[in-house]
Design a protein around this ligand. Structure first.
Ligand SMILES: [Fe+2]
Length: 206
């Protein structure tokens, strides 16, 4: 189902599975693949997570309850709330409707923080030129999408992800479907990351 959807939308669908990294990135039109570590730290390419305000880590999902690195990230970024969510036809009520909502292009007024404990999925985000970038997340990958970025999520053909959701304070999951350019969170995002009027907050996370 997911594959068909992507095809209909003309989005590059092949996912390069890497052994070493939980997140890979593809930008349509450039047909460029890279692992997030390279993008983040050493090999600036045609696009960069940091330039879009996106932060990611590779963590140990098999011991997340005792993971000091996860603890450190939560403390540093104030992620006081945490829950775990299974997204698959058997466990998620109203699965089809929810998947459809996840795949509508939207933004949030707060960060969207997801840590893939099992399974896999795709986050699509807009780059500075408003083109889609496809981010494939698999077990061990944790990603933070900044407030105000347009994005969407879907599963791959395995139809399963077990994800930890984190939040600062009481969670607000409200999606604002595009266009919601008048929201202060969107304006702040555009100013900081599209118009480059501020440095990324992402650097502070590491
Ligand atoms: Fe979202």
């Amino acid at each position: 189902m997911a594959k068909r959807k992507f095809f209909e939308l003309g989005i590059w669908t092949t996912v390069k599975k890497t052994r070493d990294y939980p997140i890979t990135v593809n930008q349509r039109n450039l047909f460029h693949w890279a692992n997030f570590q390279d993008l983040l730290h050493s090999k600036p390419g045609p696009f960069s997570f940091l330039e879009l305000g996106i932060v990611s880590w590779r963590l140990n999902p098999d011991d997340y309850e005792n993971d000091e690195e996860l603890k450190r990230i939560r403390e540093a970024r104030g992620y006081s709330y945490m829950d775990i969510c299974d997204v698959c036809p058997e466990k998620l009520p109203n699965y089809e409707a929810k998947l459809k909502n996840f795949f509508e292009e939207h933004l949030h007024t707060d960060e969207e923080i997801r840590y893939c404990l099992e399974g896999s999925g795709y986050f699509d985000v807009r780059d500075k030129s408003d083109r889609w970038i496809r981010i494939a997340v698999k077990k061990g990958g944790m990603i933070v999408l900044p407030a105000g970025i347009y994005h969407r999520f879907t599963l791959d053909t395995d139809n399963y992800i077990k994800a930890m959701r984190l939040f600062v304070g009481e969670p607000v999951w409200t999606p604002y479907n595009r266009p919601h350019d008048h929201l202060p969170a969107r304006k702040a995002y555009v100013e900081s990351f599209i118009e480059n009027k501020a440095c990324t907050q992402a650097v502070d996370a590491n």
